[in-house]
Design a protein around this ligand. Structure first.
Ligand code: GPV
Length: 840
């Protein structure tokens, strides 16, 4: 048999007790066994990483039965499956999460402790797979968690970047990027499946030929290059259920067959070197968040993972003997933004050119299969590929897109006769200037469902960015408000709060987050409030210890922990937060005895390496920190900390420690936000604008439990329409003027008036994100926060109510809505099988 053919009589697998047993004793034995036999080390020479790997393998052994049984069940029953296509999956560390899902966290902790090792240090040892930039990639990870937990047959498809999001260092206050070598010490969670590799074509040209079988003209794509995609599978465990689904990430490799020409001409060396070109495709994640750069390599990544994934789905059906005209019945494909939107053209191409479907049949399957989620309203994030580049890399796809477009424009002509403006606005090709393919339009036309990620965002899509598409296809549009998984962001990251909550209301809330409402009954229980407050304090103390060690700054855990942690972006307005800090500082400088509620301002987040203004904001935070933290007049009442290298691992430490979460984007700019949900679940209050999911968070927790400020979206539009002039605010507001002047005059740059000039002039001359317009409202609101924090018992009530009312924001709720309204996929329970030794 060929190596990639399954052998008919599958040899049954030996399941030793040491690979499945869950008792502390068995775990200890298994750990030592894996250290010796898998890691090839004994205690004397083992490193921390060896111990981590031994524990990871011990856990992996225990999930394999669920994983294989799930795969086997899905295959056997030919179930309808969700395929979640995303260029990013920001999974975070697996070990702790898998221990929680398997229900053996405490046992493992005890076992490791009894072996004389530091369990927390082993968890900390895991190098997280940073295969995403921020919210979009993390949402994909939360959705995989919820789908597995809800027993939804599902598979995540993406890219196995060799280097994920860069590690951030701070030097002299500036961001420095360091390559993320996450695979350096091996990845115990993935299994390569080279036998399921597929080939992806790139470049070249197309030609027509006569198909003898059907006597029809067909198109053949003669590529310039062929790249092989190798799948690497990672198990995704549901929480306390047998289901274990798969994250399948594709890695690029040279296609052997393609080197033959070079081999034959004797140019062995050139042929081997050529391999590195192919392998470049999945080398590195593009670190830009919500800013489009039309790079050829990026388009290559998109077609690569989309083509691999679609071919994989076709193979799965073929292996099950299911005909391809049932493709849309077996797969519901969700496009996570437009990064995989090329799937519209690629599925058409595969069905027509490689499987002999006619246009109409292929188009019907394509539309019924695909659904599109939009994640942003920012115009600079919308993907538009120059036709030159697009046609060079994907000549066949461009032809297909032209054909889709001509049929689509005909449909519009019929519905809106004579409306040429509409044709131009809606065309898949942007004809203004250099011509471009509009990927959002392609996604809208090729999908049966289109959704935004929060109520406000979905409304704005209909009114603004996708208005024409809404007028044409109103029935395609819906809202699916984002959610986050309480398993990672409460149970794993906040064990103390989890224990307290569970002691009062049981553990049902972990799978049914609405149950948190039961906590409301304890708000009047002074003893409960005391415990809640003590836990928050202890966690803040832990973060204070971390800050001391990482930044060398002393912070007081009794002070208000005010945290803004997210990608650095002008629309998210980290610099508005800074203007507030400077305002407090100015008040102190004017009157050192002014009554101030002690606060610790904590920032975390990465800037895109090429985004100068974002990098300058980081420098500003650090410069303000240097001045404020070291000024004796401040008397430690305010502290400013920038924590470097914000990632999932670190986020888990930060959310539980916040008193106040900063969600201060300009109204109409943040599609949803998901950090806002994670903070609030952990008992943080929010200061925020009416933007993204903040609107719904405020609805849930109640207006009296939310610090609201700022312009509303209609007010933003009106102000811009009327002609916004930042100077007017600057000149008429002494505190605002003083804050900006202190930056401009070199107050945070040793007198250098040049350093922050770009930032200051952007605010004064442009201020696209209306910081100056929202400043006073923000500062007033912050003054209210400071007053509220002084009544600790009152604050604790608000904190409890915030957690208690966050049920809606479980990603389980989001996934149920996707299943019901878009995917029509039902849960399939997994019954564990025994894989008994042959002949036993
Ligand atoms: I498009 N988002 C992101 O992180 N990166 C992107 O490239 C794009 C969107 C984010 C939005 O900014 C958030 O508001 C949203 O919560 C998140 O996607 C998930 O929907």
């Amino acid at each position: 048999t060929a190596p990639n053919q399954p052998i008919e009589c599958v040899p049954t697998i030996v399941v030793e007790d040491d690979r499945t047993g869950l008792s502390v004793e068995t775990l200890k034995r298994a750990f030592q066994d894996n250290l010796f036999y898998i890691q090839g080390k004994f205690a004397k020479i083992a490193t921390q990483n060896d111990y981590y790997m031994a524990l990871a393998y011990t856990v992996r052994d225990r999930l394999l039965r669920r994983w294989l049984t799930t795969a086997e069940t899905y295959t056997h029953q030919g179930v309808r499956t969700v395929a979640y296509l995303s260029a990013e999956f920001l999974m975070g560390p697996h070990l702790g999460n898998n221990l929680i899902s398997l229900g053996i966290y405490d046992e493992a902790k005890q076992a490791i402790g009894e072996l004389g090792l530091d369990f927390d240090a082993l968890l900390e040892q895991e190098e997280e797979p940073g295969l995403g930039n921020g919210g979009l990639g993390r949402l994909a990870a939360c959705y995989l968690d919820s789908m597995a937990t809800l027993d939804i047959p599902s598979i995540g498809y993406g890219i196995r970047y060799e280097f994920g999001i860069f590690d951030q260092d701070i030097r002299d206050g500036w961001q420095f990027e360091i390559t993320d070598k996450w695979l350096r010490y091996g990845n115990p969670w993935e299994i390569a499946r080279p036998e399921w590799s597929v080939e992806v074509k790139l470049g070249g040209h197309t030609e027509t030929y006569m198909d003898e079988m059907t006597s029809r003209q067909r198109v053949r794509w003669v590529p310039a290059e062929v790249v092989m995609g190798i799948p690497y599978d990672t198990p995704i465990l549901g929480y306390k259920t047998n289901t274990a689904t798969t994250l399948r990430l594709w890695s690029a490799a040279a296609a052997e067959s393609f080197d033959f020409a070079a081999f034959n001409s004797g140019d062995y060396f050139r042929a081997v070197l050529q391999k590195t070109v192919s392998e470049t495709l999945t080398k590195v994640l593009y670190p830009n968040d919500e800013s489009f750069q039309g790079k050829k390599l990026r388009l290559g990544q998109q077609i690569f993972f989309v083509s691999c994934s679609l071919q994989d789905m076709i193979l799965i059906l073929t292996r099950q003997g299911i005909p391809l005209d049932q493709f849309h019945e077996k797969f519901a494909i969700q496009l996570n933004d437009t990064h995989p939107a090329i799937a519209v053209a690629e599925l058409m191409r595969l069905l027509m050119d490689e499987h002999a479907f006619e246009w109409d049949a292929a188009w019907s399957i394509t539309q019924k299969t695909l659904a599109y989620t939009n994640h942003t309203l920012l115009p600079e994030a919308l993907e538009r590929w120059g036709l030159g580049l697009f046609g060079t890399l994907l000549p066949r796809h461009l032809e297909i897109i032209y054909e889709i477009n001509s049929r689509f424009l005909e449909e519009i002509r019929l519905k809106f006769p004579g409306d040429n403006d509409r044709l131009n606005r809606m065309s898949l090709i942007d004809e203004a200037g250099e011509r471009h393919v509009r990927m959002a339009h392609l996604a809208c036309v090729g999908s049966h469902a289109i959704n935004g990620v929060a109520a406000l965002h979905s409304e704005l899509l209909k009114q603004d960015v996708l208005r024409d598409f809404y007028e044409l296809y109103p029935e395609k549009f819906s809202n699916k408000t984002n959610g986050v998984t309480p398993r990672r962001f409460m149970v794993l990251s906040n064990p103390r709060l989890t224990k307290l909550i569970t002691s009062k209301i049981g553990d049902g809330w972990i799978k049914h987050l609405d149950d948190l409402r039961k906590l409301e009954a304890f708000v009047e229980d002074a003893d409960f409030r005391q415990q809640w407050r003590q836990i928050k304090f202890d966690i803040k103390q832990d973060l204070a210890d971390y800050i001391k060690q990482a930044n060398g700054i002393d912070v007081d855990p009794a002070s208000l922990f005010d945290i803004q942690a997210k990608r650095i972006h002008e629309y998210k307005r980290q610099h508005l937060d800074v203007l507030h800090i400077i305002t407090l500082y100015n008040r102190i400088k004017a009157n050192p005895d002014v009554d101030i509620t002690p606060r610790t301002f904590i920032f975390g987040g990465k800037a895109a390496p090429g985004y100068y203004m974002a990098k300058l904001i980081i420098k500003l935070v650090n410069s303000v920190a240097d001045v404020v933290n070291n000024d004796p007049d401040v008397r430690d009442r305010i502290k400013v900390v920038f924590l470097k290298d914000y990632n999932v691992k670190f986020a888990q430490r930060v959310y539980p420690a916040a008193d106040l979460s900063e969600q201060i984007s300009l109204a109409g700019k943040e599609a949803s936000g998901t950090g806002n949900m994670k903070f609030s679940m952990n008992g943080s209050l929010t200061i925020g604008t009416l933007d993204g999911a903040n609107v719904e968070i405020r609805e849930e927790v109640g207006a009296e439990n939310f610090f609201l400020f700022g312009l509303t979206t209609p007010e933003v539009y009106a102000l811009k329409a009327q002609g916004y002039n930042p100077w007017q605010y600057y000149n008429s507001n002494p505190e605002l003027k003083a804050a900006i002047d202190r930056i401009a005059s070199g107050g945070f740059s040793n007198g250098d008036t040049n350093l922050f000039n770009a930032l200051v002039s952007t605010l004064l001359y442009k201020d696209d994100y209306l910081l100056l317009a929202d400043y006073q409202s923000y500062v007033d609101c912050q003054d209210g926060v400071s007053r509220a924090y002084r009544d600790q018992d009152h604050w604790t009530r608000l904190s409890i109510l915030n957690s208690a009312r966050m049920g809606k924001f479980s990603s389980d709720r989001s996934i149920r809505e996707y299943c019901k309204d878009i995917w029509h996929v039902k849960p399939v329970a997994i019954e564990l099988k025994e894989y008994v030794q042959a002949g036993a």
